[in-house]
Design a protein around this ligand. Structure first.
Ligand code: FRU
Length: 498
């Protein structure tokens, strides 16, 4: 039985969608059906399709009481929007259905696990949100909330755990048919921790242990965990709030963290070995992964930044988009990300130049566009004489441009959208250290994927990724290259067609 609140939301999004149908949109990135979108939720493969749910406030382009929007895709590039799946319509989730995940039950039903939020008046008169974990089960369109909700609440917290910051369960089915889930939490001192739970059937849950403790290292509360095996290692992804910068690795504010280590299945103990940012750009948060039927671990993140996302114009009819799907691998203790290989099926006409040597600004015939896949390979013409700076500028005309630049002597790559048309005093640049001897000698590979409202940059075959949104008018499609010193470059560009 669907509730009146859910029916109203479904009717609203249908009507509003018709009204805003002509608005420009990202071409191959999933964006909000109407209104506001944040985190990816319930990313799963079910009945022959990928399902992507998302944090959703259909009624305005700003964050509000959270619903779960819903879209499906066969290839993760062409998306079809489905009716809103969850609305805040129960006592325990009356103030929002926050982030969560999905699994397929042995009887063929689709199970969603999400955070129910309900405000509670405190003894001092203030109001705080209590967060519990809840289940809904459905057929891929309609979902029924479980009568036993919430399935995890304060009774299932370790002594140190805050019931006000207890959210974003990521569940999975193990080989023996039982279930595990990780959830974000923090201590009374706001220090992040990831909790591990187990269940025989997905409905009855038991607290196992604190899987990882921040111990004051990376920001404060840890949101949106994901935990999986990859290339012989175990990987924990999480998005810490309130980070402080650490060199070029982590930046201020909400960030992303990847811990790579080993996991002892018997004792359920994770031993950390390496840490890194997931994305080094401006707009990337709360990623979630799925395993494809052919065994690839695919990640999608919310391509936005919490500190800037509420600064847009109120008349914007949709706000928020997902990143490209990225194939993950672990190599030499690092997380690598490559754009989903199916993106190559969208490639149309190819324009290719090899061994172009230049010392100032150049433009190349046919190299332009705002919906493109472009690979650059750059090197010094002479290994004894390394250039000082290389830049590629795109979404460019006489007024606007966004750039990716590289200085080999620092081995730092930078994305800069200062001149993209933004009128707000927000972060416009981010830098990333390319920690690699070849790069210090000026050898760099960069792949740039542009959609109408974003740029995603993959360095050295996915060793580093930098993502940023940009709102330059889609007709502004120039591209130029710049060298301070002498650069030799190969470039190949494809227009992408849906
Ligand atoms: C992360 C987050 C989650 C929460 C959701 C609410 O971006 O804060 O922790 O579940 O957004 O929309």
């Amino acid at each position: 039985m669907t509730s009146q609140i859910l029916r109203d939301a479904r009717r609203y999004e249908e009507e509003k969608e018709r009204k805003i149908a002509a608005e420009p949109r990202p071409a191959f990135h999933l964006s909000a059906r109407v209104g506001w979108m944040n985190d990816p939720n319930g990313f799963s493969y079910y009945k022959g399709e990928y399902h992507m749910f998302y944090q959703y406030h259909p009624f305005s382009p700003y964050w509000g009481p959270m619903h779960w929007g819903h879209a499906v895709s066969k290839d993760l590039l062409h998306w079809e929007q489905l009716p809103v799946a969850l609305a805040p319509d129960k006592e325990y989730d009356r103030d929002g259905c926050f982030s969560g995940s999905a699994a397929v039950l042995p009887d063929g039903r689709h199970m969603l696990m999400y955070t129910g939020v309900a405000k509670e008046t405190q003894p001092d008169g203030s109001s705080r949100e209590v967060q519990t974990q809840c289940i809904a089960v459905g057929d891929g369109v309609d979902y029924e909330k479980y009568a036993g909700n919430p399935v995890l609440d304060e009774k299932h917290l370790p002594e140190s755990g805050s019931r006000f910051d207890f959210r974003d369960p990521k569940l999975w089915r193990t080989q023996d048919g039982t279930y595990r889930c990780v959830a974000g939490n923090c201590t009374a001192e706001h220090d992040g921790q990831i909790l591990l739970y187990s269940s025989p059937d997905g409905f009855e849950w038991k607290f196992e242990k604190i899987l990882v403790s921040n111990n004051g290292r990376f920001g404060m509360m840890w949101e949106c965990p994901d935990f999986f095996q990859l290339d012989g290692k175990h990987v924990l992804l999480t998005s810490p709030q309130d980070m402080m910068p650490q060199g070029f690795e982590y930046h201020n504010g909400n960030g992303t963290l990847c811990l790579i280590g080993t996991y002892d299945e018997k004792t359920e103990t994770f031993r950390e070995e390496q840490d890194q940012s997931i994305d080094y750009g401006i707009d990337f948060y709360a990623p979630q992964t799925v395993t494809s039927p052919d065994g690839r671990r695919i990640m999608i993140g919310w391509m936005q930044n919490w500190d800037t996302c509420n600064l847009h114009a109120p008349e914007r009819p949709w706000f928020g988009q997902m990143s490209l799907p990225r194939e993950l691998s672990v190599r030499n203790g690092r997380l690598f990300q490559k754009p989903l290989r199916e993106l190559e099926t969208l490639r149309g006409e190819e324009v290719r130049y090899e061994n172009v040597t230049f010392t100032d600004v150049i433009r190349l015939d046919g190299i332009k566009g705002r919906k493109i896949d472009m690979e650059l390979s750059i090197r010094p013409e002479n290994a004894e004489n390394i250039y000082r700076k290389f830049a590629v500028r795109f979404a460019q005309n006489d007024i606007y441009q966004t750039s990716v630049s590289f200085r080999p002597y620092e081995s730092v790559i930078k994305i800069d959208r200062k001149h993209s048309g933004s009128r707000r005093a927000i972060i416009h640049q981010r830098r990333c250290l390319v920690n690699n001897a070849r790069s210090r000698k000026g050898n760099l590979k960069v792949r740039i994927i542009l959609d109408y409202f974003s740029a995603e940059v993959f360095v050295n075959d996915g060793e580093y990724a930098l993502s940023a949104t940009l709102y330059t008018d889609p007709s502004v499609d120039g591209i130029s290259f710049f060298a301070d010193g002498q650069v030799t470059m190969d470039v190949v560009k494809w227009d992408l067609y849906m």
